[in-house]
Design a protein around this ligand. Sequence first.
Ligand SMILES: CC(C)(COP(=O)(O)OP(=O)(O)OC[C@H]1O[C@@H](n2cnc3c(N)ncnc32)[C@H](O)[C@@H]1OP(=O)(O)O)[C@@H](O)C(=O)NCCC(=O)NCCS
Length: 140
Amino acid sequence: MEIKIFDTLPNDALKIRLEVFEREQNTPDGVDEIDSLATHLVLYGDGQAIATCRISKTENEGVYLIGRIAVIRELRGQGIGKIIISHAEKYLQKTDCKIAIIRSRYQVKDFYARCGYEICSDIVYEGERPYIWVKKSILK
Ligand SMILES: CC(C)(COP(=O)(O)OP(=O)(O)OC[C@H]1O[C@@H](n2cnc3c(N)ncnc32)[C@H](O)[C@@H]1OP(=O)(O)O)[C@@H](O)C(=O)NCCC(=O)NCCS
């Protein structure tokens, strides 16, 4: 597997996001203003883009947001989600990041718990959809 890091949203990330968030989940998690400011990670397996996420600064010093985390459907449950999160954390270790936060779909909060994230908010709703914020200290 190979990780590539981009400072503009690459087509390979967009393709995965469209498939997972728009077609599969029907969520409004499309391209937004954060994309132009974010760093984008794409994980490749056998030359194929298999997972993505993006990293952006927040307005709070030392706090970074990891978002749009997606693994292609066929390859879920094989540790690839954990791998893309660990690449994001490795990237963050080289920045001034002290805490990574993620807005988790409530249904996948246990995935983030397996990656070492702890819940740090109440459940928040966007429309009918429940989310919860999780966080992890980024140690140098
Ligand atoms: C959530 C997602 C990224 C997880 O990726 P994945 O490759 O399937 O996860 P992994 O195989 O790396 O799983 C890592 C661990 O989390 C657990 N896990 C994975 N998905 C889980 C879920 N939905 N609920 C509970 N636990 C889960 C696994 O059992 C595994 O546990 P282990 O460490 O004890 O073996 C993937 O399912 C996905 O892309 N979903 C659609 C998009 C999405 O919802 N993204 C999250 C937006 S907040």
